[in-house]
Design a protein around this ligand. Sequence first.
Ligand code: SF4
Length: 694
Amino acid sequence: MGTKTHCPYCGLQCAMSISGKGAADAEVTPRQFPTNKGGLCQKGWTAADVLRNPNRLTTPLVRRDGVLTPTTWDDAFDVVASGFARARREHGADAVGIFGGGGLTNEKAYQLGKFARVALGTSNIDYNGRFCMSSAAAAGIKSFGLDRGLPFPLADIGSARAIVILGGNVAETMPPMVSHLMTAARAGGLVVADPRRTATVERAVADGGVHLQLAPGTDLPLALGMAHIAVTEGYADLDYIADRTSGFDDFWRLAGQWWPERAERVTGVPVAAMRRTVALLAAARDNGTGAYVLTARGAEQHSTGTDTVSAVIGLSLLLGLCGRKGSGYGCITGQGNGQGGREHGQKADQLPGYRKIADPAARAHVAKVWGIDPDDLPGPGQSAYELLESLGQPGGPKMLMVHGANLAVSAPRAGHVVDRLASLDMLVVNDFLLSETAAMADVVLPVLQWAEEEGTMTSLEGRVLRRRQAVPVADGARSELEVLSELAIRLGQPAERFPTDPREVFDELRRASAGGPADYTGVTYDRLDNDEAIHWPCPEVGHPGTPRMFLQRFATDDGRAKFIAVDHHGPTEPVDAEFPLVCTTGRVLTHYQSGAQTRHVKALADAAGPMFVEVNTDTAERLGIADGAQVVLTSRRGSATAAARCVDSLRPDTVFLPFHYAGDQRANLLTNPALDPTSRMPEFKACAVRLEVL
Ligand code: SF4
């Protein structure tokens, strides 16, 4: 039977059991669960290998004479705490920065935010989820008044006959999700917008679905072009628009200028394909067979990501899909706790419960739970990239502590970020492997990994899940809750303010979230351990949770969903004679995020093979690049090397790089840190490059 838990990797949080006496013989078995329906991808099947990695860190390391040197926990804590004290004494509280991760449990994310605001008093905390779902979150809040990635259970889409995915390749990133797409796919109703002909696209077109092969960074005009078709060709749900929305006139003032032929000119997507997509959604809506629109990182990771999602939501509202059972708009969350990670206070502008840190009522509520004066809480801090950009600079943090992020690989303009990390007085990294970022650190704290710890995660559908300890803790490693407690005590905090028991932390999180948008009050370990399916908000014990949101009203002041008027401004960095190709990035089937874990799993590394760049066959021929040749890609920020894969599945004006590789193969050496003005999302998905044979 084993211990029931969930996969350590992506936001689908597939259910699994772990059997065996310890890491050495731990074995993963998939479990039936509504999201994964008994399936796992290869990453999940091999997840136990991460537990027995021979390079697992179990001893704290402190850099002495330039070398990371094993030491005791007490010594490491003293070094870190004295670094905190020195930075604060010499430069003020904001001289210490905290960087969190979307893979941390809810308990750790919550405690990290509290540690930053209470023990350190710094406003400088943000996390790598800023690089993932922040644009969809910002757009969701603007239109619906609340952000929950999928405001309906994932299983709802399983019976839908029309599903449109913009910028998501779930057949590779979360393969068990494909089972939920099959009704639509078999009906010819699966539509995928992607510059590449991905595995998900192949699944769609195999049964007559649609591939919208757009230019990178043009999802917004694509959505507006389809909105134009919806309105002018009679597909809009006028009663729904009148009864449940506001702002249509302003939206249409801009969208009305996106004649489908204009959208085709900009996106490269034929008008007929746009027309077919809108007709599929409208037909499934009208005959009640289910119509959904989903976005993922391909559409969202742009400097116009928030506006892009607003355009997609606008299309969904025109068609009357949102806030109704059997249809809707949702964002496919990427990281394991990408949903919970953005709710509990590790985001620069937030407090637990998805509260705004600038809101006086929110500050008063959370300060009371934390036993402090609201005036002692810092205000909003810098967003993730801005925080990294300011490291070591005048007025910026002189010390940074990182949890659950591998910034040297995953941050945009990674070469520059590495320089900034190197300019710090002290870099502290909490990790269980010596990631590329940990290898740069002054102090490395060896912490627990997934199957060694208790806690909760919140999946892509807003359901709170139990993560359970299945193997003994690796000798010498400690939980991050212990790390934060020890450091807080050394900073003069009472021990009882920073408990180390995950259940105790979660119960405090429930109180801190009470009355907030993401209300966890009624979610308890006991209920979760009884296998109750609880989707937040859940405002009291006994409340069933909220699997489907917005059925009666949206979370806006007037209860109506808001159309947001947006227009296309294009990628920040257009191609030119010097950099004539658009570079876009993404995942491959067997790697996860920066690859810090999956590159160490032999089966996954072997399956993925070495770093590559996909180039259209015609483009490669024009540039004299043979299949398999080593090439160098250069953008205005740096160069990266890869082996050329010549393919016909990609637009001739675009190259594709996976972002899981390290060293001079880092895709993020190239990427553009231009930020979305609302979400502060960097423009990961489109930058101008040139390609040369090495
Ligand atoms: S990586 Fe994602 S899709 Fe694969 S098994 Fe884990 S949770 Fe499931």
